[in-house]
Design a protein around this ligand. Structure first.
Ligand SMILES: Nc1ncnc2c1ncn2[C@@H]1O[C@H](COP(=O)(O)OP(=O)(O)OP(=O)(O)O)[C@@H](O)[C@H]1O
Ligand SMILES: [Mg+2]
Length: 256
């Protein structure tokens, strides 16, 4: 969570537009992220947050606009180059997406194993060191994803994302469906990755407590675009109607 004007730009999005058929999902999306910054993306269900993330990582192609990761233009990049960049990212999807046929430890080290040769013993050791940080028990290492609970699968997906210490992390709702204690373990992990290895992080979340814990920048996606941006503190005190309305919907107790 370092703020420094001399830091390099890790992500730069300009005039991004995404449609599905006649349905415009996102337009005029503009924002950037500097090295070591942690961004939270908030917005109502269906506002296009996951679609935005999938555009950033190249799983969806925008209709127009520019997405630069480390100054490389991702839009229309040849597939192999895109894959090389994706290997440098740590990503979790909203809906798990573990490899069903691989054991938990194999899932966790999947990306690292693709980049370097790693023995079974060292692979299991590496996976173990990560799951311990996520309050998961070693017994799960040799199980398959279908043999552990949904919340555990979610944490394994996060373990897979952070394995190998990628410098760019993207998490889609990493704490949704988890109990508050486990949620705060994950928040701490994100903060620690940002603070200790200087990772740049993007987290989609609807958990306002989480936003304050993990982010130093927030953007609200509403009406197809970035409707508001600021710091978590500004978010809670802003007089902007759209951000006020959003927070009120998410957490009516704050306004009771
Ligand atoms: N592959 C697709 N084809 C057609 N429409 C899609 C596709 N993916 C997403 N959409 C539509 O895009 C809109 C935005 O979806 P998205 O998943 O980004 O919402 P979200 O903000 O992540 O919502 P949530 O908070 O519920 O996860 C929705 O109307 C959805 O139906
Ligand atoms: Mg989503």
């Amino acid at each position: 969570m370092n703020k420094n004007k001399t830091k390099k730009t890790i992500l730069d999005i300009k005039n991004l537009k995404k449609t599905f058929g006649n349905n415009v999902i996102l337009e005029n999306i503009n924002f950037n992220l500097l090295e070591g910054e942690s961004l939270a993306i908030i917005g109502a269900s269906g506002s296009g947050k996951s679609v935005l993330l999938k555009n950033i990582i190249g799983l969806l192609d925008p209709d127009s606009g520019s997405i630069k990761i480390n100054s490389t233009e991702m839009v229309n990049l040849p597939r192999r180059d895109k894959e090389n960049i994706l290997l440098q990212l740590g990503i979790t999807f909203q809906h798990g997406a573990l490899f069903d046929s691989l054991r938990i430890w194999e899932n966790i080290i999947f990306k690292v194993q693709n980049q370097q040769k790693i023995s079974k013993v060292n692979g299991r050791k590496l996976a173990l060191s990560i799951i311990e940080r996520l309050s998961l028990k070693p017994e799960i290492l040799d199980l398959f994803p279908s043999e552990i609970s949904g919340g555990m699968q979610k944490r394994v997906a996060i373990a897979r994302a952070i394995c190998g210490n990628p410098k760019i992390l993207l998490f889609d709702e990493p704490t949704s469906g988890l109990d508050p204690v486990t949620g705060s373990v994950i928040d701490k992990l994100i903060t620690s990755a940002v603070n200790t290895i200087g990772a740049t992080a993007i987290t989609i979340t609807h958990d306002m407590a989480s936003v304050s814990r993990i982010a130093d920048k927030v953007i609200l996606i509403d009406n197809k675009t970035v409707a508001w941006s600021g710091t978590p503190k500004e978010m809670m005190t802003s007089n902007n109607l759209r951000i006020k309305e959003f927070i009120k919907t998410i957490n009516p107790k704050l306004f009771a």
